[in-house]
Design a protein around this ligand. Structure first.
Ligand SMILES: Cc1ncc(C[n+]2csc(CCOP(=O)(O)OP(=O)(O)O)c2C)c(N)n1
Ligand SMILES: [Mg+2]
Length: 896
């Protein structure tokens, strides 16, 4: 009896459910969006009622935008198709031709072949090169959209610029030939090499998308702080599906949602392949990415199938087609494209007789040519349109494409990424397939093709770009009107601390606060910290200028009634990034290139634990340099022995070595606040007034000591890298001693001990930059090498030393290789003391003894050197060791 009741209840419920579904269908049929709202409301209601409502992060494997919601294509499809085909051809011909001429020179054709339509729809309808100023003044056109191109697609971008007339044929022939006396085309997007063209280096995978997220954020920062006008400009990042494996690509996407970055659009070119093979052979990368992005709150638009599938979907009333698609993994989809129509019929449609029936009127070649969404302008146009109209957060478009699209036997093959040359037959087939009006002989030669200027396709192409504010990509730098503050405005810091013990970090923070108050340039300063503001004593600055928070401060901070309370503000100036050095570096990059990209010379100061800089995010620093970035990297808690207590993972003794590897990085290791003031003042002058494409890495330490007043006439020495800080105390000088950072104080102590206890007199030099001294010496040496008949140039290190007498003993809180850089030029062999080896948790006294950079070790090193040179007796050095507590049997820190 009970069973009967249950069955009846079940039946009733089934009927009720059918009614609900019917009612829902009615709503959807009337208005698709209302359907979504209704569903959302029901979910909300369910949650309120305590009914578990799971959320689906992945949707069926089909296009997000339903056909009935598509807007018609606004452009001339035929003319656009012609233009795209010509770009495809010229890109391919360029790479092919160069590899024929110069075997092994490289280049890529298959990435662009998959990306072409995705880019072209953007170039024809979306990418604004500029926006008109709302002030009505034409001369201050606002920056346009920013496009991060997939690095390996650069041949297509060059081919478009060729068609547009920006590059001539000769320039294309110089692809990857940058050293032939005529302008070349760099392999990938490099603003350093092509400063009038590329804005963003992207070819180190993951760096482009990460920088794009922070670029979009920085754009809003500039708008919210009133430094640029608000416009509808967007940041577009074209990303490889394989590239999404980089933690950098996906690691910061939540920032997009957190800060409502509706100016950010990612387009992931899901050609299902990377370099070696499938990205996710056994799964579907599009599902995975949909899940990740939706989980992070992004607006996800899938563009999977082209319009020619629509009709099949419509005729398939049982949903079998979708079912079959969802049975396949990416490895299958790749094989279908590699093997052609017959294979597709047998192995895809062939699984179900109904599906075979569905395509029985289609030829094999029609089946082979069924488009993927990422090759269909209409689908792409609609996705971009939706992305443009989406408010409140970022959008990702997951577009399915074919790697090596149209490259005949190379299409969708595992090896297609590295394909660089086509056979004569393949060239002829390409020309035929894409209807390039070239005779077969020219096709086989890989000749370029540009139609006459008055041809309809050329006129159309130019008209589209005119409508969108100009050609892209382009990069230009406005003439600087910037005036740097003079050194005398830093008098408070050059005057010394009047006996008060302070650190260079404290000195820096007060300089920074002073700069932010400057009427002319204060607003341009962009302080950036990865959750280390308190470590560096930034509390006062937080109160002074506030932390940037686009939503303001919605809560009352617990310390509101205190003097230095935590202040967040819509127009806050500090970028408090949280614990992300990579994100902070991306902000530093956006701010350090704003002088060109936004025409606003913002001056970033990025403060961080020096250990977590170059070695952690070195590749991003390299890209920053490539971008012609300007600004100040401030390596805090510097020095392997000055940063006490924290041990092996924190104590940095090598960032200066790493900094020396970046050509545009100027490194300083100041001991005193006045040195810091001189360096910062000159840095602002060089980068922003003079326009030098350099940036600064400056160490700052947390050891407190009295800061002396600046000695007269040492500015040049500070900037070039060395000056005599304290001459010998009395009598004949026999030794020269170099010190940097807080270790200079140890050197000074050694100077006194040597004089008082051992009768040895030494001059003490502050070396602010071994890196700069070496670069100067190398430049002088090179010049001398190439000009044997001319008077020799003297490196600054020798000019500064003049006729200083005796051996040189150098001590640093960095590795020995830092001072060793000067060895080739010094008249005697250098004795270096430095901090090679792993750090330890202990106090400074013990750390400096362990690494042998304390005054006592410096004294002993000096005496031993003098003994080895025969100036004093070895016994004296041996005795000194015992007197000063230096243990000759102590373990070598390098191996300890
Ligand atoms: C950081 C980094 N690692 C490795 C490479 C070498 N590399 C160049 S292209 C490529 C594959 C790219 O695949 P995907 O992102 O899917 O782009 P596609 O060419 O398929 O569009 C690799 C591994 C690189 N450029 N950067
Ligand atoms: Mg790929």
């Amino acid at each position: 009896m009970k069973m009967k009741v249950d069955a009846a209840v079940k039946q009733d419920f089934a009927a009720e459910m059918a009614e609900w579904i019917e009612a829902f269908d009615d709503v959807v049929a009337g208005d698709w969006e209302q359907g979504a709202v209704l569903l959302q409301a029901l979910r909300q209601r369910a949650r309120e009622a305590g009914v578990p409502a799971t959320s689906d992060l992945t949707t069926p494997f089909m296009n997000t935008i339903p056909r009935h919601d598509e807007a018609p294509y606004p452009g001339d499809r035929n003319l656009e198709r012609t233009v795209t085909r010509l770009i495809r051809w010229n890109a391919m011909a360029m790479v092919h031709g160069q590899n024929k001429k110069d075997v092994g020179i490289g280049g890529h054709i298959s990435t662009y072949s998959s990306l072409a339509t995705l880019l072209e729809v953007g170039f024809n309808h979306f990418f604004h090169a500029s926006y008109p100023s709302q002030s009505g003044d034409d001369s201050i056109d606002q920056p346009g959209d920013f496009i991060y191109f997939q690095g390996h697609a650069s041949p297509g971008v060059y081919a478009r610029a060729y068609l547009e007339g920006y590059f001539d044929e000769q320039r294309l022939k110089n692809f990857r030939h940058e050293l032939r006396g005529t302008p070349g085309l760099s392999s990938y997007p490099h603003p350093w090499l092509m400063p009038d063209f590329w804005r963003f280096p992207t070819v180190s995978m993951g760096i482009g998308p990460l920088n794009a997220v922070y670029q979009a954020r920085f754009m809003k920062y500039l708008e919210n702080r009133g430094l640029i006008e608000k416009t509808p400009r967007k940041v577009w990042a074209f990303v490889g599906d394989g590239e999404t494996d980089e933690v950098d690509t996906l690691g910061a996407i939540s920032l997009g949602t957190r800060e409502n970055l509706d100016n950010l659009i990612f387009v992931v070119n899901c050609n299902l392949q990377r370099l070696d093979g499938p990205v996710r052979g056994n799964k579907r990368i599009i599902d995975e990415l949909e899940c990740v992005f939706r989980g992070a709150g992004w607006n996800v638009i899938k563009v999977i199938w082209g319009s020619d599938w629509d009709e099949l979907f419509e005729r398939d009333h049982q949903g079998l087609l979708l079912k079959r698609m969802e049975e396949c993994v990416d490895g299958d989809f790749q094989t279908f494209k590699a093997k052609g129509g017959d294979y597709l019929r047998q192995h895809f449609f062939g699984k179900y007789p109904e599906l075979l029936e569905l395509v029985k009127d289609k030829s094999d070649s029609e089946l082979a040519n069924l488009h993927r969404g990422g090759h269909d302008p209409l689908k792409i146009y609609n996705a971009y349109k939706w992305a443009m109209e989406h408010k409140g957060g970022p959008t990702v478009i997951l577009a399915m494409t074919v790697k090596g699209y149209g490259l005949g036997s190379a299409q969708a093959r595992n090896a297609t990424h590295s394909e660089k040359k086509l056979t004569d037959e393949a060239l002829a087939a390409f020309v035929k397939r894409f209807q390039i009006p070239l005779p077969e002989s020219a096709a086989k030669e890989g000749s370029f093709y540009r139609p006459a200027d008055d041809s309809p396709e050329m006129q159309y192409m130019h008209a589209r770009r005119k409508e969108l504010g100009g050609y892209m990509p382009r990069r230009d730098v406005p003439k600087s009107t910037f005036v740097a503050p003079k050194l005398d405005t830093f008098a408070e810091w050059t005057a010394g601390s009047k006996g008060r013990a302070v650190s260079t970090t404290m000195g820096f923070v007060s300089i920074l606060r002073h700069l932010m108050k400057d009427v002319a340039i204060g607003k341009l300063i962009v302080p950036i910290v990865p959750d280390e503001g308190r470590t560096f004593g930034l509390e006062s600055a937080i109160k002074q200028v506030g932390i940037y928070a686009p939503e303001g401060q919605k809560y009352t901070p617990h310390d509101a009634d205190m003097l230095l309370s935590y202040r967040e503000d819509k127009d806050g100036q500090i970028l408090e990034e949280g614990i992300t050095e990579a994100g902070s570096m991306a902000s530093f990059t956006a701010a350090g290139t704003a002088y060109a990209n936004y025409r606003v010379p913002t001056i970033p100061f990025y403060m961080y634990y020096s250990m977590f800089g170059f070695q952690r995010i070195g590749d991003m620093v390299w890209a920053f340099a490539d971008s012609r970035g300007r600004g100040f990297l401030m390596g805090g808690t510097a020095g392997r022995t000055t940063m006490l207590g924290e041990g092996l993972q924190h104590q940095d003794g090598h960032s200066i070595v790493l900094a020396s590897t970046v050509p545009t990085c100027i490194t300083y290791d100041p001991a005193y606040v006045y040195e810091l003031a001189v360096v910062i003042q000159d840095g602002i002058r060089r980068m922003y007034e003079k326009g030098d494409n350099v940036f600064y890495y400056i160490t700052m330490y947390n050891e407190d000591y009295a800061m002396p007043a600046m000695p007269k006439g040492c500015e040049e020495g500070i900037l070039r890298g060395i000056y005599r800080f304290k001459a010998a105390l009395k009598g004949a000088v026999t030794v020269q001693m170099f010190g940097s950072g807080p270790i200079l104080n140890e050197v000074l102590r050694a100077q006194t001990i040597l004089s008082e206890k051992y009768g040895v007199e030494a001059d003490v030099w502050s070396v602010t930059s071994y890196n700069e001294l070496r670069r100067d010496a190398l430049a002088a040496e090179r010049w001398n090498r190439l000009h044997p008949e001319q008077k020799e140039r003297v490196p600054y290190i020798l000019e500064a030393l003049g006729n200083a007498q005796g051996p040189v003993i150098a001590a640093s809180d960095y590795m020995k290789s830092v001072p060793d850089q000067l060895s080739p030029w010094l008249p005697t062999r250098l004795v270096t003391l430095g901090t090679d080896g792993f750090g330890r948790s202990d106090n400074r006294e013990h750390l400096r003894r362990h690494f042998e950079v304390n005054a006592e070790s410096i004294v002993v090193a000096t005496l031993t050197k003098l003994a080895r040179e025969g100036t004093i007796k070895p016994k004296k050095a041996q005795q000194a060791m015992a007197e000063l507590g230096v243990d000759p049997e102590q373990a070598d820190a390098m191996h300890a």
